[in-house]
Design a protein around this ligand. Sequence first.
Ligand code: PMP
Length: 417
Amino acid sequence: RGLPYRRRPTTELLRARSQVLGGLEVSYAEPVHLVGGRGVLLEGADGRHYLDAYNNVPVLGHSHPAVVDAVCSQLATLNTNSRYLQEAPVELAERLLSTLPARFDRVLLVNSGSEANDLAWRIARHATGATGGIVTSWAYHGVTEATFAFSPESWGDSPSPPHMRLVEPPPAAPAAVASAVESLAASGHGVAAMLVDGVFTSDGIRGPAHEWTAAAAAAVHTAGGLYVADEVQAGHGRTGDALWSFMAGEVPADLVTLGKPMGNGYPVAAVCGPAELVDPFIADTDYFSTFGGGTAACAAAVAVLRAIEEEHVVARVAATGARLLTALRGVASEEPQVGDVRGWGLAVGVDIVDPASGRPDPARTGRIVEGMRERGVLIGRTGQDRASLKIRPPLVFGDEHADQLIEALTSTLHSLR
Ligand code: PMP
């Protein structure tokens, strides 16, 4: 209905894509050509339906009617920037702050997780006067130059930037954070901020590890640095125990960044923090973003927060996540190709190992992801050795979907024995 582009056959589209988008990665050896999405299902051009067990952005499911309605109505009514007086950004900020600890009283609205982290980093530098950063060893926090420095997953062969220190994620001890703080002091950088993804997604899915993060935050605080809870992956109910993962453990975060699921697919992101950190930054930098806090983006984000509450999404995540985790542990107990299984709500990591040596097996992991796709279930992989399955579905994933995933996984593992 009203789509402004033409449709072409899959092979032709794939060829055209590589011509104009170049080496941009396309998922799966046989890419899925998508034409629709509803709930937890994605529709292929071949008419086949795929179970989406990977997309963390459409938390409420693809094409959720409340979000579609909010965005379409807003686009058809008014869509402009946050320098004008309008209801949407104010209501969004009020709603967000009502879900956060009382010390948070400001919201800055931006357009992507990268931008939120970039801004948090600028605020941290402004507040502390320091220039050093700490992050986990295989983290990902964004695409901008500043957040690329916080994304060792993307570094390839380039060396660690001199102002950055890496620490091993849990289950390694958090003691490394204190050493990183000392090392930054010795180099003259000092510590401005540590950024932590609440579920350690690219580190292989390893959290929330509240004791670890609380100890890390304490070490950073002793040196005057800020602890930034990156809830881009872990937030909006993913972990099934809280809307924001760091709050389940009362981790003393100074700034919180939100993104990905915030608009269920419509771009919107945010930095939340206390006035004492945010206000001096705004005053000194005349901060403003054209699209950040735009009306339609705010309408999407308000609709998402409302639907999460009305549909009791967090409690449902806890129930489905528990069922999925139990089933996966059952598979692991019978299947020598499966090692450790970790899950917090619907953030689940499954280590794949060589059955003979017990060592991480990235090639086998890749074959499992492809085998699942052939069986109509979309998942991904993660971790420094690329040997952990990444299962991170929309949060409206139900018991029947968990069962379908387990069936496809069991069948795929059998085929690889
Ligand atoms: N932080 C985390 C933890 C992320 O996973 C990502 C995206 N994968 C980002 C930040 C960056 O978000 P975006 O892609 O919206 O810029």
